[in-house]
Design a protein around this ligand. Structure first.
Ligand code: EPU
Length: 433
């Protein structure tokens, strides 16, 4: 029954014994944690392999369920996808793919929509299930469709699928209404095989877009300006398979920064890219954390109770919406009041009811949340609804005075590899069942 409150699981009970993360009080964190490859980069790199046949090797790939899901989607089209070594994924195909993304897979992961652009560009047609709503609320794909239409594609929709067709994509100037990450990626992956020049204005500037552009350029594309608001693509029909190392995951890094902020202590994030996280590092500095780049990646220390601050999410280089649940968890036990404004996904506040069950003092008004810091949270059974909210509950639980049991932990597995194990390596008492 949706929304029903569950009693804590009695000791020894098999009820709810699986798919949980249990966090017990354990004090400050200490040590080094390795940051894995970026989920939101590798998913798009995998989609880009539709653009040309051959054998691709991707390194620094996190072993998370969203990667498994994208691998299943590629297999369903006719590719061979295999883990060839730890963190190394090999993708091969002969160019004879079925250009279709079925509902069963798109429903599992809405990022599947990024196969639309590359399939259309390579095969002149694509049939992709429409992603439904999710815990962030309604998530339209109108900007993806408009950009591809402007490149020459025509769309029909029936039976829950969008079908796109084009004889020849033709380069043009695209002006995105909002710097959407997914729409920029779909337009970019279509434009690399289009005739002539495409300019994408008001493009998303996220580091994952830069990684995708680097991958496409290695394949033989000509993409200039990724990471800025204007991306210029000169079309080619000569793309080939390549090897590539995925950039580190800035949201995973942010999660461990939030963890040390809440639990206290001193940690090193091995492999993190501080230059991808400037705004977050600045914000955490305002809250009282000390963070600096070092030879391994990023060093972070939380000297005591943090100060509250206001938080407002924006497209990159602004504070990412994916950091927001983590920052809310930090604010729940900080000193003072913080106002949190969500500007990207207005429905992205559902986890707050779970934090309230742990004793947090939060009031939500529309797309704002007012978080009044309390000294301690109290351990409670809670439930996660999406990847980042789930991780944020685990982070908050590090400061609880007793055991917190977080149900539906499979959401966390979508984006975090060995999350509980990595936290244990820093001294936290976190177990996964
Ligand atoms: N939007 C539209 N129409 C569109 C596309 C987007 O109105 O056609 C709106 C969205 O509803 C939202 C805003 O534009 O309000 C931004 O959405 P965007 O397209 O930038 O997001 P996305 O590509 O769907 C990616 C990440 C998200 C991350 C956002 C914002 C992936 C797989 N997902 O989503 O990451 O929150 O960018 O940075 O790259 C996560 O990792 O947990 C996650 C949700």
């Amino acid at each position: 029954m949706g929304g029903a409150i569950r009693a804590p699981t009695p000791p020894g009970s098999i009820l709810g014994a699986v798919d949980r993360i249990v966090v017990r009080p354990a004090g400050p964190l200490e040590g080094t944690v390795a940051i894995g490859g970026a989920k939101n980069s590798v998913l798009k790199l995998l989609a880009a392999t539709c653009l040309a046949p051959g054998r691709y090797v991707l390194r620094n790939v996190p072993r998370i369920t969203d990667v498994d899901c994208m691998a299943d989607l590629l297999r369903s089209m006719g590719m061979v996808v295999e883990w060839s070594a730890p963190g190394e994924l090999t993708v091969s195909h002969d160019g004879e793919l079925v250009p279709e993304a079925p509902y069963e897979l798109v429903e599992r992961m809405r990022a599947s929509i990024v196969v639309l652009g590359p399939l259309l560009a390579r095969y002149g047609e694509a049939r992709v299930a429409m992603p439904g709503g999710d815990d962030f609320g309604h998530r339209p794909i109108d900007m993806h469709v408009k950009a591809l239409e402007e490149l020459g594609a025509s769309f029909t929709s029936a039976h829950g699928y969008v079908e796109a067709r084009v004889a020849n994509l033709k380069g043009t100037r695209l002006l995105l209404e909002f710097p959407s990450v997914g729409a920029t990626e779909n337009a970019l992956m279509a434009a690399v095989l289009a005739e002539g020049e495409t300019v994408i204005d008001n493009a998303a500037r996220e580091p994952e877009i830069q990684d995708l552009a680097a991958f496409l350029n290695r394949m033989g594309a000509s993409v200039v300006g990724a990471g800025s608001s204007t991306i210029t693509v000169t079309g080619t029909d000569e793309l080939g398979a390549v090897e590539h190392e995925v950039i580190p995951d800035r949201v995973e890094a942010a999660t461990f920064l939030a963890a040390v902020g809440v639990a206290g202590g001193e940690i090193t994030l091995q492999g993190a890219r501080p230059d991808h996280m400037d705004m977050l590092v600045q914000k955490l500095g305002q809250m009282g954390m000390r963070i600096s780049p070092d030879s391994e990646g990023l060093w972070a220390m939380a000297p005591g109770r943090l100060r509250s601050t206001d938080v407002s999410t924006l497209p990159y280089p602004g504070l990412a919406t994916d950091y927001k649940p983590l920052l809310v968890s930090m604010l729940t036990t900080s000193n003072g009041v913080g106002i949190v404004t969500e500007n990207l996904f207005h429905g992205r506040f559902r986890y707050i009811a779970e934090l309230e069950r742990m004793g947090a003092d939060i009031r939500v008004e529309g797309h704002h949340a007012v978080v009044r810091g309390v000294e301690h949270l109290s351990g409670a059974p809670v439930r996660c609804h999406d990847i980042r909210a789930g991780a944020a509950l685990v982070v908050a639980a590090l400061k609880a005075d007793s055991e917190t049991s977080i149900a539906d932990a499979h959401h966390i597995d979508r984006g975090y590899e060995r999350f509980a194990e990595k936290l244990r390596g820093l001294g936290a008492d976190v177990t996964r069942s």
